[in-house]
Ligand binder design. Structure first.
Ligand SMILES: *Cc1c(COP(=O)(O)O)cnc(C)c1O
Length: 362
């Protein structure tokens, strides 16, 4: 029987390591609310990600909502249609309106040259995603934001460990968020973080994530966005080996790239000044039909790539339609191939040959 190959496989650390932390939790009797392990994880993450202000929260989505709230955004937020639904839903959840700006077809990121024409007197911010861990045009976005007095939030859910010219990707924008969901390269089962540029925003996030009060002093509105010691423990187990795992993934990336070389498909173009985390292996096919055929043929072999991202978020039913032809076109043709630590060469070979055969059959 063929074994199933999913698009990703959650990394699980040594169980004994995890249980050592569980023992500590039992000894302390402290399960949540800024426990020792959560504090330790925040400190280690700040070092690893080279940032000053980071708060560990219950998910990447909560992180987005907290960031929008803490920056006091209102009205319209300029955003990308090519992202996971949480990028858009967080804007709606905070009672703001997403205004979509189409993407660049090579980087998959928001096309900065199209932003200015969408700015109105109602615009309060730009919320852009660094898609597949490829940095947005951060400097151009910063200039534009300064010129129009807008805040900038980055959905950096895909970006754990990514650096631009030696600088952490999380240093850009007023805040960035990361997701530590089990499907992400670094995970805490469920979880995420808000990374802020200033202590002022960081303090607000701290309060906003815990009901807006410390003791009897209720200073602002808040929600419960905290995370637990059990989640922090998973993070503390997963963090030490992360760089090694990224190196392993780089090899798989190179293997796929080599095997797919010369085919009329697009794969990620990597730039020299960027340290990638090799989180995803997206392939854009020439037509929707070809993508579907590849997907079906792989599924017949119990290999499950993912249409990621699909749908283009501007086409979601509960939103008024705004046209973004490039994002729509890519969302119709993209597949993320199975990609995880320990993915075998033989599987990469089967996947690559299946793609080749579909393309050659026309
Ligand atoms: C995973 C992801 C999120 C949501 O993060 P959760 O931790 O699952 O809430 C948001 N944006 C992007 C781009 C993501 O990939």
């Amino acid at each position: 029987m063929l074994k199933e190959v999913q698009v990703t496989k959650t990394y699980l650390p040594d169980k004994k390591e995890y249980l050592k932390y569980v023992d500590k939790i039992w000894e302390s009797g402290w399960l949540t609310n800024n426990g020792a392990l959560s504090m330790e994880l925040e400190n280690q993450l700040k070092k690893k990600l080279k940032v000053s202000y980071l708060k560990f929260v219950s998910s990447g989505t909560t992180a987005l909502q907290l960031a929008i709230h803490a920056l006091e955004l209102t009205g319209e937020i300029i955003t990308t249609p090519y992202s996971y639904v949480a990028t858009t839903s967080a804007i709606l959840w905070q009672n703001c309106k997403p205004v979509f700006v189409d993407i660049e077809t090579d980087s998959f990121n928001i096309d900065v040259s199209l932003i200015e024409e969408k700015i109105t007197s109602e615009t309060s911010a730009i919320l852009a995603t660094h898609v597949y861990g490829i940095p947005c045009a951060v400097e151009k976005i910063e200039l534009l934001a300064k010129k129009h007095n807008l805040k900038v939030i980055y959905d950096a859910a895909h970006c754990f460990g990514v650096e631009v010219d030696g600088k952490s990707i999380f240093e850009f924008g007023d805040t960035s968020i990361c997701s530590f969901h089990s499907t992400k390269i670094f995970h805490t089962i469920e979880g995420g973080a808000v990374i802020s540029k200033t202590e002022e925003i960081d303090k607000k996030i701290f309060l906003n994530r815990a009901f807006g009060h410390i003791g009897d002093i209720h200073s602002m509105l808040g929600i419960n966005g905290k995370n637990s010691e059990f989640h922090a423990a998973m993070g503390l187990c997963n963090l030490p080996g992360i760089q090694e795992r990224i190196s392993e993934r780089k090899k798989i990336f190179e293997n796929y790239s080599k095997r797919l070389e010369g085919l009329p498909i697009s794969i990620l173009e990597l730039k020299k000044n960027i340290n990638y985390n090799y989180s995803y292996f997206p392939v854009v096919f020439k037509s929707h039909k070809e993508m579907t055929k590849v997907k079906t043929n792989l599924e017949n072999k119990k290999i499950y790539p993912r249409r990621y991202f699909f749908p283009s978020l501007n086409k979601i039913d509960y939103l008024e339609y705004q046209s973004c032809p490039r994002s729509e076109s890519i969302a119709e043709r993209v597949l993320c191939l199975p990609y995880y630590d320990g993915l075998e060469d033989s599987t990469v070979k089967i996947i690559s040959e299946t793609i080749k055969n579909v393309i050659q059959d026309g």
